[in-house]
Design a protein around this ligand. Structure first.
Ligand code: ZN
Length: 451
């Protein structure tokens, strides 16, 4: 397998103060606790500050207190906007950036007509390199600092994604997408080839800089038992890898899985048979889960990636969030580009809130829960919650600075409320890509605009 050229990480240190402490003065919002379990999970600091030293959070609190702690620090005045933790997208597809907006389909025909042709084009590695750059730019320009990404069916294209993410300085977990049937023939690998290519990619990219590797059969429809066995082998050989795939997305897909695995009690059991479900597993969608599946997911501490824009765009159904909460199944948010409607995690959080209002078992999400789902819940899903997801001292300074444009509706709303819940609610409702001014990972600027 050809190895893509590895450019050096393009990050901008906060020189000449890199050895010292830098203070960002701004309104700060974060959720250091699970906002579904704790009513006081939201920390909102109107005149707040983050002190950053060597890429880590040295302090987070009221500006006056942080300033007193670090009187010699450089202070940047960012009071025109707000700082949130960098967003964490737990489900997104690298090859599908150019097919966002293909509305009017359901899952299986959307795959055949739009997604799989786009996936096939990545056999051309030069094309894959361009798409990888477009994809990574889409992430950072929307404030996403960490993502669990479905790579390509082609090893070289997957390597291009890893290199593009490393070049930009993002935290990305990804891998070769595995399928041995039911797609287009050019997207199928034999299990033996898949094993060899995964091993090579793991050696090159797992635990390299901010990258990590995840095992990812596309879904049970396209991964037969020999391929699932390869997944099991790879996870046994590499116990620090994550595992991700799709589950219970649409009724037609579930019927197909039942036809292909007639001896399996349900969809989850297909993966359980090969020991693929555990604390490091992230299963996308789970819109049509049975009670038994929910209780088993909870017992195995797996996480569901909830993708509300995609669920609506493809008509897959309304995510049963209340049932997941009742069963104590962990979940976080994913944009599911390109079945979803774009890279924006704030939009995803808003869509989650709107859909739950009209769900058969409705639920009212508050802004703290929405922020938690877009940040810390994702860090927990990826076992990165000691590293990122909120601004607890010692964690990496992964952040997004949002500034409303003068004259924008967001600017107007923020100027007329002091209530932190309403401010955060306005941000999550009205802020978009245009509001993203600066994004940092571990203190390094990975994106900036309009500062
Ligand atoms: Zn997906």
């Amino acid at each position: 397998m050809a190895t893509a050229t590895v450019p050096r990480v393009r990050t901008k240190k906060i020189a000449p103060y890199a050895e010292n402490v830098e203070i960002l003065r701004s309104a700060v919002f974060h959720t250091p606790k699970n906002a579904f379990a704790h009513s006081d999970a939201l920390v909102a600091i109107p005149d707040g500050a983050l002190a950053i030293h060597a890429g880590r959070i040295a302090a987070c609190g009221d500006y006056i207190a942080v300033r007193a702690q670090y009187p010699d620090a450089l202070v940047r005045d960012l009071r025109e906007g707000c700082i949130l933790p960098g967003f964490i997208d737990t489900h997104i597809h690298f090859p599908q950036v150019r097919i966002i907006g293909g509305l009017g389909h359901s899952l299986l025909d959307w795959l055949e007509e739009l997604a799989l042709p786009a996936e096939s084009q990545l056999a051309d590695t030069a094309h894959a390199r361009i798409v990888a750059r477009e994809f990574v730019h889409g992430l950072v320009s929307h404030g996403t600092t960490t993502a669990l990404v479905f790579g390509s069916h082609f090893a070289e294209a997957t390597a291009e994604l890893f290199c593009a993410a490393e070049h930009r300085g993002l935290r990305v977990a990804s891998g070769l997408v595995l399928s041995d049937r039911m797609l287009r023939p050019d997207l199928h690998q034999s299990p033996d080839v898949a094993y060899r290519e995964c091993k090579s990619l793991i050696e090159q990219f797992h635990a390299r800089a901010r990258l990590s590797y995840a095992i990812m059969p596309r879904f049970a429809v396209s991964a037969g038992e020999p391929m699932l066995e390869i997944c099991q082998t790879l996870l046994r050989e590499n116990p620090t890898l994550a595992f991700t795939t799709h589950i219970n997305e649409s009724p037609a897909e579930i019927a197909e899985v039942a036809r292909l695995f007639p001896h399996s009690a349900d969809y989850l059991a297909v993966y359980e048979k090969y020991d693929l479900i555990g604390r490091r597993s992230v299963l996308a969608h789970n819109v049509h889960a049975t009670e038994s599946e929910l209780s088993r997911l909870a017992a195995q501490h797996a996480t569901v990636a909830h993708c509300p824009c995609s669920n609506a765009a493809l008509g897959s159904g309304i995510f049963p969030m209340r049932r997941h909460l009742n069963a104590q199944v962990r979940f976080a948010l994913g944009t599911d580009v390109g079945g979803g409607t774009g890279f924006g995690m704030m939009k995803e959080a808003l869509q989650a809130s709107l859909m739950q209002r009209v769900a058969p078992e409705p639920l009212v999400l508050n802004p703290a829960q929405m922020l938690y789902l877009a940040t810390r819940a994702g860090a927990e899903a990826l076992s990165l919650d000691t590293e990122t997801g909120d601004f607890a001292p010692g964690k990496a300074a992964d952040l997004v600075y949002l500034k409303p444009s003068t004259g924008s509706t967001l600017h107007t709303v923020l100027a007329h409320t002091e209530d932190p819940f309403r401010k955060l609610g306005a941000l999550l409702t009205l802020a978009d890509r245009e509001s993203v001014c600066e994004v940092r990972v571990e203190g390094d600027v990975v994106y900036e605009d309009k500062i």
